[in-house]
Structure formats: C-alpha cells, structure tokens
Design a protein around this ligand. Structure first.
Ligand SMILES: Nc1ncnc2c1ncn2[C@@H]1O[C@H](COP(=O)(O)OP(=O)(O)OP(=O)(O)O)[C@@H](O)[C@H]1O
Ligand SMILES: [Mg+2]
Length: 274
C-alpha cells in the first residue's frame, strides 16, 4: 500500500522534530496544562492559538526549560528527552524568542547577537562576529540600518529581527516566537512574517504564538488551538475556515476536533492529501 503523505501548502509533510504527549503543568491549584499533545515539524510553521490564560505561555516555558513539566513525555527527534533547564533546551536545539525580546539597548546589533555566546577566549573575535552577523542577516534577507548602532534606535520590527537572528546563532532546529507581531504596525509585521517564512525555508520548525488570525493565515501551515489548558484541535490552515478555528479557541463547539472529524467522515474537506 502506498504511504499516505499529507501536503501543507504544497510541501511534503515533514517528520516531527518535537512532540509532546500528555504534558501537564500545575501552579499550586491551577492546572495550566492538562495532558497536552502537540507535534512540531521541520519546515513548517505551527501557530499556537488560544484565549488569555489558555496555557500558551506555560507550554512555551515547558519547552524552553523555564518551567519543567510535572507529567507527560517529550520527544526530540523521536528520542525521549526531559527539559529541566533553559540550558538543556538550548542544547537540544530549541530557541525561544520571548515577547520582551531581552535586548541590551545600549549595545549594538553584533553585540546583541552574540551576547553570552561571544567568540574567542580572552579577546572577542570582533571581525569574525561581525562577519557572521552580516551573513546571518543576509540569509534572512533582514534589513537593518547599521550593525554597529545601539539597538535602542531600532524600530520594533527591527528589534524583533535582531532577537530572531540571535535565536539562530546557536543553530537550533526549533524556534519558538511568543507574539512576535503583537506590538508592530502593518509594514513591520510583514517584515517579521517574511522572517518567519525564511526560518521555515531554512528547514527549521517554527512555533509561533499569536492572537492575530491574519498572521496565522499569512504564514502558518497548521494552527494548534489550546483552551483551558487542554489542546482543542490542530487545524491545517489550507482547509480550515476562520470560523472553525475561532470556534475551537472560544469553545463554541464543544470539541472542535471531533466536529471536524465528523465533517471529514461525511465527505467534507479534510487535510489535503496527495
Ligand atoms: N507562574 C505562575 N504561577 C501561577 N499561575 C500561573 C503562572 N503562570 C501561569 N499561571 C496560570 O496558568 C494559566 C495559563 O497561563 P498562561 O500564561 O500559560 O496563559 P496564556 O495562554 O499564555 O495567556 P495569555 O494569552 O494571556 O498570555 C493561567 O490561569 C495563569 O494564571
Ligand atoms: Mg501568554
């Protein structure tokens, strides 16, 4: 029997690099994550959606080692792993760009890119770092006025660009972006979304948290929806309507995933297959 493959936006489905099975996390009496399953694949953009308090940031913190999971299993490249610290997440190849970006305003672009991971032992190999910075930004087709000006003078979109480029310095396979366009205008949002596509085209797995459905439509291959600490369905963007995703977010359908499955069984559009 031929292997059934699924296409997302014309690309073949790629192997999952990171998968979560039954991951839970509580803060005292608050069950922020309740047996969550999620798969993140190389060469794909997965949008993580959900209402305020749904558990998105907690999930990101589990994956980035800030708040290790209480229960459940994590697999990286099909191997069972535990992520108990940010250093462990980075070593595995999971890079996270937090919403506050954590840039040093008084330092220039190159210094920010290599902050904490400077080359050289006693003296910093400045020229080497600048060369690498230039090459990295070129690969991303990122536009910045100067690599040697303090980042304080950059626009919101440019700052996001620096933060994303910095995440790539350690050569990760998964990049997690927490609300990268939340504070940006139309043009800057478009630039950041171009960058997200550049990451995907490099074969990285991208997990992007967003409240913006336009962003989801523009760059995501799949939308993973969380609701009240549980996963409430994964939707291929090409064959899912806005309304279905919104219904999963708000809980308008009791279980959006099962409704969708029923629709597929009755012959409606499902995940496009090749
Ligand atoms: N450090 C913490 N201590 C106690 N409770 C927490 C902590 N972090 C998160 N929570 C709780 O866990 C639940 C999920 O929060 P989380 O921040 O993950 O949601 P979110 O989906 O990121 O929401 P938002 O869209 O508002 O950022 C909420 O009820 C929140 O109050
Ligand atoms: Mg959050």
């Amino acid at each position: 029997m031929p292997l059934k493959t699924t296409a997302t936006r014309g690309r073949p489905r790629l192997r999952s690099v990171l998968s979560l099975h039954g991951v839970s996390k509580s803060f005292g009496a608050v069950r922020a994550l309740n047996s969550v399953n999620l798969e993140v694949r190389r060469g794909e953009v997965t949008a993580l959606l959900g209402d305020n308090g749904a558990g998105k940031s907690t999930l990101v913190k589990v994956l980035s080692g800030v708040h290790p999971a209480d229960a459940g299993e994590l697999y990286f490249d099909d191997e069972r792993v535990s992520i108990t610290s940010p250093a462990e997440a980075r070593e595995l190849g999971i890079a996270t760009v937090y919403q506050d970006l954590a840039l040093c305003d008084n330092l220039d672009v190159v210094a920010n890119l290599f902050l904490g991971q400077e080359h050289g032992h006693l003296t910093l190999a400045e020229e080497q770092m600048e060369g690498q910075a230039r090459e990295l930004l070129r690969q991303l087709s990122a536009k910045l006025p100067s690599l040697r000006a303090p980042v304080a003078g950059l626009s919101g979109g440019q700052r996001q660009t620096v933060a994303i480029a910095r995440a790539l310095v350690g050569d990760p396979s998964v990049v997690i972006l927490d609300e990268p366009t939340a504070a940006l205008g139309v043009e800057q949002t478009a630039e950041v979304l171009n960058l997200v596509e550049a990451l995907r085209d490099r074969g990285l797995a991208v997990l992007i948290i967003t409240h913006n459905m336009a962003d989801v439509e523009a760059v995501a291959d799949r939308a993973a929806v969380m609701r009240l600490g549980r996963d409430n369905g994964v939707f291929p963007i090409d064959s899912t309507t806005h309304e279905e995703i919104l219904a999963a977010i708000t809980g308008a359908m009791e279980n959006a995933a099962s409704t969708r499955a029923a629709r597929r069984r009755s012959g409606g559009t499902g995940e496009s297959s090749t």
